[in-house]
Design a protein around this ligand. Structure first.
Ligand SMILES: Cc1cc2nc3c(=O)[nH]c(=O)nc-3n(C[C@H](O)[C@H](O)[C@H](O)COP(=O)(O)O)c2cc1C
Length: 168
């Protein structure tokens, strides 16, 4: 893995995101899980590069990330791991170990506790510096309709990008 400036791979990241990426979290009790995400913000805030992920309350990942310092986002930008993206986007780590089930390999991150998904080729290592739960009061009709009556809103986790890694 080689460390690069995240701006050099920002186009790859933006193009892959709607197709799916892996949000991986290791919590303070060393529980690890990964889930597929397609929403995220790559930006700049508080004078830091920031990647923001959105996690609904109902996700097992929510339980972990609430008790974690950091997360990683791994992008399979070469069309790989399609089945794994489907699986991790439909099955919950509450009931099974996705890594074992899929034989999905992980490796230690460089600057965070959360691991990265080995067979992806671009990774962001992010330290959680702010979180914010979406509130009904700020939503227009379009956004309200997305949630309906369920109120299973997303919580936004703002991650300072500590490193951006690419496979060599
Ligand atoms: C393409 C795709 C994108 C998704 N994006 C998100 C997302 O950004 N936020 C979210 O909370 N769930 C998202 N999901 C749903 C979760 O991945 C799914 O509910 C998963 O099973 C949660 O796993 P967990 O319970 O182990 O955390 C997405 C699913 C797919 C298939």
């Amino acid at each position: 893995m080689k460390e690069v400036n995240y701006i050099d791979v920002s186009e790859k990241i933006q193009k892959q995101l709607p197709q799916g990426a892996f949000l991986t979290v290791k919590d303070n009790n060393k529980n690890i899980n990964t889930m597929t995400i397609a929403w995220g913000n790559l930006g700049f805030m508080w004078n830091k590069p920031v990647f923001t992920v959105m996690v609904r309350y109902s996700r097992h990942t929510y339980k972990l990330i609430e008790n974690a310092e950091d997360f990683t986002v791994s992008f399979p930008t070469k069309n790989q791991l399609k089945e794994e993206l489907n699986f991790c986007g439909s099955k919950s780590g509450r009931n099974l170990d996705k890594f074992k089930k899929l034989n999905l390999k992980i490796q230690e991150g460089k600057k965070v506790n959360s691991p990265i998904i080995t067979d992806c080729d671009v990774h962001l290592e992010c330290k959680i510096i702010y979180k914010q739960a979406l509130e009904n009061s700020g939503m227009n009709e379009f956004v309200k309709n997305i949630y309906g009556e369920e109120k299973d809103y997303h919580v936004l986790y703002y991650g300072e990008i500590l490193s951006c890694l690419v496979s060599e």
